[in-house]
Structure formats: C-alpha cells, structure tokens
Ligand binder design. Structure first.
Ligand SMILES: *Cc1c(COP(=O)(O)O)cnc(C)c1O
Length: 387
C-alpha cells in the first residue's frame, strides 16, 4: 500500500461474502473479471493506451453526468489533481485548511510552496468550522481548502460568503464525497474547484485515479494542459506542465465500476443502517448524523468515544485481537506529523485534536456481511456496557 497513514484494502478473494474470521476495514469493489476484459479488449486493436483515448472520453462524459457537474478533468490520481488545481488557480502565500484529513490535502499545499494555516473543525460533522475561519485570514491568504470528510458536506454556504467577502478561492478536497448531492445539486459544483479521488479504497474507483470538477469552463483547457507537460500542439509547449494523465486501463475500470455504483452505494447504506440500528443504544459512543438535504454515499463509518476516559485505543486493540481491522482515521492530526515539527502547527485546533484521539472507523464496504456487522456491534456493546 502506498498510503502509510491510509486505509489498507482487502482483496475480494480472501474475503468471502459470508461472515468471516478476519474483517478488513475497506474492500475494493471489482467488476466481473469478464466484463473488465471485454472493456479493455478493443485496446489491443487500437493500441491507444493513454492520452485522452476513447475510454477516457467515455468516462469523462459518464462522470460529468453522474456527478451532476458542469466541467470535469480526469487525472491519474486525486493528489496530483489537487496539486494541478493549486497551480492553475495560482494560489500564493497562505491557505486555510483542516488538520483533520488525509496527508494529501496539506502535502499538496506544501509541495506547491504554500503555507497551510490550520482552522478547527465542527464537533458534529468534523468539517472545517466556518465560524472560526475569518480570524485566520491575513493579507497573505489566497484560498480556503476545506475537506468534505467521511462523506459529510462542509458548510458550503458560509464558506462561500467568507470567500467572496475576502476575495479568496475555494478548493474542496471532495475525495470522500463521490456522488454526494446537496438538495439535488452535485457536491462538485461548490467552490472554484473540487478534487475527487478514485483510489481503489474509495466509493468509486479507477484503481488509482482522480478528477477535478469546476464551474468555469475556461479552466478545462488549463487542467488538460498542466497534466500533459504543458503541450498544446505538435510543436508548441505553453508551460512547464507535469504528467498526471489517466490511462485507458484506469478509465476502463471506471466505466465498469460506474455501472454498479448506485448498487454499491445502496449496499453501503444497508450496512450503515444495520450499524446504526444495533449501536444506537450503546453508551459512550457517538454515531454519524445525517445532514439535512444531503444525499450521502456512506463512505465511512466513524464512531467517536465520548466521556472522560478515552476508550478508543482499547477498543482498537480488542477488535484487532478478534481479527477485525478498524482504523484510527484520522489520527494523528496532520499538525502532529513528524515532518511538520512546529513549522505550521502554531494554530490551536482543540476540537480536531479531541476527535482525532477518540475516533475509530469501523469496517464498511458493500459486501460486508450483516452477520459480521452484528459481531462487531456485539463486541463493542459488551465492552462499553461492562467496563
Ligand atoms: C484518498 C484521499 C486523497 C488522495 O487521493 P489519491 O487518489 O489517493 O491521490 C486526498 N484527500 C483525502 C481526504 C483522501 O481521502
């Protein structure tokens, strides 16, 4: 696994649908083997394997429609898409973001020469707290980069008001929110740009992959250029772009997975509802609440241990001993990463710290057997009621 602070994926073959001894925290969805082979068969005739091929074009159109967005550009992964967005929007100086996220969000900023400034999160949905944003804005601030964490939607309206008032760009890390809508509107239409990850562990995937969605159609050409060395024609190179193109095999995986994504989200909901039902009476934990107007994708199932005593680490071990892999996701906070030292960690984010120390994400994937959900809930309930 490339992600050291990420989520390991299981494989379908080692994890049958029936309840199993060992339970992974996530499991990559795969189409039927023959269906994928059929999808890539034509590539042996055209021999067109990358650079905006037929599969790429089909996937782009399919996603634009499925995600309910105006414009989209595909990338080889979400992280490089994020770096491309930062570059094309021309961000400078400081960018306000959250420490409660995957490494990618802050790393993209730092790798592009920017200074992350950390705002705290809301205690109920773990997204950036818009009420605490304004005091972090300085003359060097160029943008806000919030994260729709776990499939929860940020306070998009409040963030838009603040951004407009101070002339700031907004780039959403929407890696967790594939297919999510707010009052019917695609989540990728908020802010200037939204980044989606199609990594193998995400709700929809292209093995590795990602996309930027945006409202301004003029950005399209610039994103396409930056991901292909800045090339504009056979003899013209406009700028020192890099390489972040999605290839045809990735796009073919996406075309197959897109056919089943509604089904996989529906199956995720069944698992989530089962958890909600059997955990609702368990003392000492807080479950994810649904947000009004939001159609979520049930990307993750985080629980937060409440009360004075932090039980998270104890339960993590109890589950591990029972062959059940949970994740302290997100822990540590980005501001506690070794490389950061005290370079950027001057702002205090007490809510984020408290959640990072108390959160545990339980296994959730479409084919997780309900018997396994029950076993997980029973272990948790027993521990929380007796000790
Ligand atoms: C997965 C993820 C990313 C990075 O996406 P990749 O496609 O793996 O590069 C960025 N931010 C968050 C919050 C993620 O979960």
């Amino acid at each position: 696994m490339a992600h050291t602070v990420g989520i390991p994926s299981g494989t379908r073959s080692s994890l049958p649908k029936k309840s199993s001894e060992k339970i992974a925290v996530v499991q990559s969805a795969l189409p039927d083997f023959d269906e994928y082979v059929e999808e890539i068969r034509g590539l042996w005739e055209t021999k067109w394997l990358t650079n905006n091929g037929e599969k790429h074009q089909q996937l782009e159109e399919g996603l634009r429609s499925y995600m309910n967005v105006n414009n989209i550009a595909l990338f080889t992964n979400g992280h490089l898409a994020l770096e491309a967005a930062i570059e094309v929007l021309g961000l400078t100086g400081e960018v306000i973001t959250t420490p409660f996220t995957f490494a990618s969000t802050s790393h993209a900023l730092v790798r592009k020469g920017l200074t992350p400034v950390y705002g705290d999160i809301r205690p109920d949905d773990y997204t950036l707290d818009a009420t605490k944003l304004e005091k972090l804005i300085t003359s060097k601030t160029s943008a806000i980069m919030p994260v729709h964490v776990y499939g929860n939607v940020c306070d998009v309206e409040a963030i838009e008001v603040i951004a407009k008032k101070h002339g700031l760009k907004v780039i959403y890390d929407a890696a967790h929110t594939f297919g999510v809508t707010v009052n019917g509107r695609g989540i990728g239409t908020f802010g200037d740009v939204s980044m989606f990850s199609f990594h193998a562990t995400k709700v929809f995937h292209t093995i590795e992959g990602g996309a930027l969605t945006f409202n301004d159609p003029e950005l399209k050409e610039r994103f396409e250029r930056i991901k292909n060395f800045g090339i504009t024609g056979p003899e013209t190179v406009h700028e020192p772009g890099g390489n972040a193109k999605m290839n045809e095999f990735q796009a073919a995986m996406g075309l197959c997975n897109l056919r089943y994504v509604d089904e996989t989200i529906a199956k995720r909901k069944v698992v989530r509802d089962a958890y909600d039902e059997c955990l609702k009476e368990v003392p000492g934990i807080r479950l994810l609440k649904s947000q009004s107007g939001v159609e979520t994708n049930h990307a993750y199932y985080p629980i937060v241990f409440t009360g004075d005593q932090n039980r998270r680490d104890e339960l993590f071990q109890v589950f591990a001993d029972a062959g059940i892999f949970t994740r302290k996701y997100f822990y540590p906070l980005v501001t506690d990463y070794e490389w950061i030292g005290n370079r950027y960690a001057s702002q205090r984010t007490p809510v984020a710290r408290s959640i990072a120390e108390r959160v545990l994400t339980l296994p959730l994937y479409p084919d997780l057997a309900l018997d396994d959900v029950k076993r997980i809930c029973d272990i948790l309930a027993e521990r929380m009621m007796t000790t």
